[in-house]
Design a protein around this ligand. Structure first.
Ligand code: GLN
Length: 486
């Protein structure tokens, strides 16, 4: 099968089940595609490990004990800890680190039968919007290698877009699944906070971090999201005690009469004309499919930037205190005493953006500033969540842009971190509210770069979001287009 690497997750699973191909053949093809590490998407590959998993899959396929995704390749963002691959979170401080266990998400996808191809590049500790904050170099966008793939799950998005893997995991704290999916022309979903276990996901901002799948279509995302979700209450204190769900089962619903809320704040001045044009025509397509567009307002949208960039660094400053050179990872060589060892280890191990966040976080939590910044931000966070509940009285799902522009040029914001923060404006509100959100290809903008549409649902409405996206993907072919030279 010469087109193996272009097959969807669904088609690969079927070909494997019907024995048209073996898991070893599939793994061999995808491993070959990762040779030379295109787009700098991978941080660790170990073909022996991958082939051993593929052989085990073939045995299960032969004995009739196969999981639903048996033999289908996947790669994991490098913030998920893995026993068989190095885990760095894109940071020098964890260079060469091997975890004694697998993250729950990794374990559950393996139980579903998926074969791990390797670990994917990302912004250091998932802090970034362009994947330029990785200590192991930037990732390039398969649609134009002079541009960023988005971040922080940039390696995941680039690998799926370049057909190096049919699907990948990502994490989304403030947009890191949705925005790179948008920039690379693929589909990604972040479930409701608490549905996917955070156990073994290296913490950035614990009250926001969520895992989710990135693949080419909503149909493929549903196949991965089903095993990824489900309770893990003994190991993750914020895991919801809610039974798992088969998200593929609901991909046949009509969207006749579906009320799609269009927030006016998402279509204001800051939105580039090419992105607006692509979204307008995608929204018209939804009308043709029977949906109704309803004007809504999310008045605090703008405040989500200062609120998020207070809360996320505050939590990060606490979470990252564990990287002290004592328990794991890098330790400075020359030091005079314990405190000096801490200082030198962290000075050497962390990159600039991580240091910036730790300093911001420590500042907003400090005595005298806590009330003015952190507490205030928490109050506004609640108001942002309330605004969504008001909006959902008028509509079933919310649609809008993922980002104000298509992928920007590598290095464009190198001296202006705030420019990257501002570009997160449309993804942050759903994150702060803990709502599920997704991005799906909705057209092309300037320089023929992909434009994603964001869909936000109410709590636990992942199935409805995926079905809404699936309907558009049945009517359009944006998700099937591929970068040149694939
Ligand atoms: N760009 C945002 C940040 O840097 C979001 C990152 C994320 O979702 N992990 O914090």
């Amino acid at each position: 099968m010469s087109d193996l690497h272009t097959l969807s997750v669904k088609a690969l699973a079927e070909s494997l089940r019907s024995k048209q191909v073996s898991a070893v053949e599939v793994a061999t093809r995808f491993l070959a595609r990762t040779g030379g590490n295109p787009h700098n998407a991978f941080l660790d590959i170990d073909s022996e490990v991958t082939l051993a998993q593929a052989r085990a899959s073939d045995a299960k396929l032969a004995s009739g004990t196969a999981g639903p995704l048996e033999g289908v390749p996947v790669a994991h963002k490098d913030v998920f800890v893995t026993r068989d691959f190095v885990t760095t979170a894109g940071s020098k401080i964890l260079q060469g680190y091997r975890s004694p266990f697998d993250a729950t998400v990794v374990q559950r996808l393996a139980q579903a039968g998926m074969v791990t191809v390797g670990k994917l590049n990302c912004d250091e500790f998932a802090m970034g919007s362009a994947n330029e904050n990785s200590a192991y170099g930037a990732v390039t966008n398969p649609w134009d290698i002079t541009r960023v793939p988005g971040g922080s799950s940039g390696g995941s998005a680039a690998a799926v877009a370049a057909r190096l893997v049919p699907a990948a995991t990502g994490t989304d704290t403030g947009g890191s699944i949705r925005q790179p999916a948008s920039f690379c022309g693929i589909t990604g979903i972040k479930p409701t906070y608490g549905r996917a276990s955070r156990y073994g996901m290296i913490a950035y901002a614990s009250s926001l971090d969520q895992a989710g799948p990135m693949a080419r279509s909503a149909e493929d995302c549903a196949l991965l999201l089903s095993p990824m979700c489900g309770p893990d209450i003994d190991r993750d204190s914020t895991s919801l005690n809610m039974p798992g769900e088969d998200f593929s089962a609901s991909l046949n619903g009509s969207i006749e009469g579906l009320r799609i809320g269009v927030p006016k704040e998402f279509f204001g001045e800051g939105l580039d004309a090419d992105v607006r044009a692509a979204l307008d025509s995608a929204l018209r397509e939804y009308e043709k499919l029977g949906a109704k567009l309803v004007p809504i307002s999310l008045p605090l949208t703008e405040l989500s930037i200062p609120v998020y960039y207070i809360i996320a660094p505050a939590e990060a400053s606490s979470n990252l205190s564990r990287f002290d050179g004592v328990k794991f990872g890098h330790r400075a060589k020359d030091y005079v005493d314990l405190v000096d060892m801490y200082k030198k280890t962290r000075a050497e191990g962390f990159g600039n953006e991580v240091k910036r966040r730790i300093m911001t976080g420590a500042y907003v939590l400090s005595h005298g500033y806590y009330d003015a910044y952190y507490l205030q931000a928490q109050k506004i966070r609640r108001m942002i969540a309330d605004d969504f509940q008001n909006a959902f009285k008028k509509c079933d799902v919310i649609a809008g842009p993922v980002a104000p522009s298509v992928a920007w040029k590598l290095g464009e914001n190198a001296n202006d971190p705030v420019a990257d923060y501002l570009a997160d404006i449309f993804t942050l509100p759903a994150s702060l509210a803990g709502l599920p959100g997704m991005s799906l290809p909705a057209g092309f903008g300037e320089n023929n770069m992909p434009v994603g549409m964001q869909l936000i649902g109410n709590y636990f409405k992942e199935a409805q979001l995926l079905n809404t996206a699936h309907r558009l993907q049945q009517a359009t072919d944006f998700h099937l287009r591929q970068p040149q030279g694939i």
